[in-house]
Design a protein around this ligand. Structure first.
Ligand SMILES: [Zn+2]
Length: 152
């Protein structure tokens, strides 16, 4: 199940799309979202917040803990757990990933009709270089282990 939940940040200049794994968590657990602009004046609180490259997600941990109580007896529900395990995380690698990737791929996709082999090589190269760039930029999901379960 992959529904797209778009949430605007506090200042309204940006928005991020969220993915909620298995529909365990309602999107309402996102209390507030801060983009790199509006997060500047906010004090990071790891008890309820997840920081990713200037963005901050503030979760309603009471709802999250309540909704997650059946996940596992020993699960300690934290913002990092919600994010890293995919229960409430970016759709894609970073907040606007799926919008950017469609745009970035447009040119390459044109090749698919005219030169399939070149298309294959280009899309592969694009994928690798893109992940390297995102990892270098410091996005949390781009720096995950390769066996990360969270995917798009
Ligand atoms: Zn903002």
């Amino acid at each position: 199940m992959c529904m797209d939940y778009k949430i605007k940040c506090r200042c309204g200049s940006s928005a991020a799309s969220f993915n909620l794994r298995d529909g365990v968590m309602p999107v309402e657990i996102v209390n507030r979202l801060y983009c790199p602009e509006c997060s500047k004046d906010i004090t990071y609180n790891p008890e309820v917040m997840l920081y990713d490259n200037g963005w901050m997600i503030e979760y309603d941990m009471d709802i999250a803990k309540f909704m997650g109580q059946n996940l596992s007896n020993n699960t300690h529900i934290t913002p990092a757990f919600l994010f890293d395990e995919g229960y409430c995380t970016w759709r894609g690698t970073y907040p606007t990933d799926h919008i950017d990737s469609v745009r970035e791929r447009e040119e390459i996709i044109k090749l698919a009709k005219t030169d399939p082999k070149k298309y294959f090589n280009e899309i592969k190269r694009w994928g690798i270089e893109r992940m390297e760039r995102l990892a270098a930029e410091g996005w949390r999901k781009a720096n995950e282990r390769e066996d990360a379960r969270v995917s798009n």
